[in-house]
Design a protein. Structure first.
Length: 120
């Protein structure tokens, strides 16, 4: 489902967090939704293809959701067609901050400052 680059970055983050003995050293939110308080239902809407990349908006769509409604998607999944079909290559978020790949790279870089054995 994931491109090799995204899968590698997610594995490094997950494995590093698993070894952290209760310390938070990785992502502290849902990396696909960009949320710490996800809804119980989402919908994929507004798919567009440009320059070989498909972008699909991910919208909160829970009938019981009490969060304020946004006029844009919570996140966007980016996919590219590769040898085996379409694969997720990145996720961008509507509310500030860099995309998932950049966040994971920034976390790796920060961990290296404090731990020379941190995965690259």
């Amino acid at each position: 489902m994931f491109s090799p680059e995204l899968l590698h970055a997610l594995r490094i983050d997950s494995e590093t967090q698993a070894r952290a003995n209760g310390e938070l050293v990785g992502l502290d939110f849902d990396p696909f939704l960009g949320s710490q308080d996800p809804a119980d239902h989402y919908e994929a809407r507004q798919a567009t293809v440009k320059n070989g990349t498909c972008s699909v908006g991910v919208w909160r769509a829970s009938p019981t959701d009490t969060a304020p409604k946004m006029d844009r998607s919570e996140a966007a999944a980016e996919l590219k067609q590769q040898n085996v079909g379409w694969r997720f290559v990145n996720f961008t978020y509507s509310v500030g901050g860099p995309d998932l790949l950049h966040l994971l790279a920034n976390l790796r870089q920060e961990r290296r400052k404090y731990d020379a054995t941190a995965p690259r």
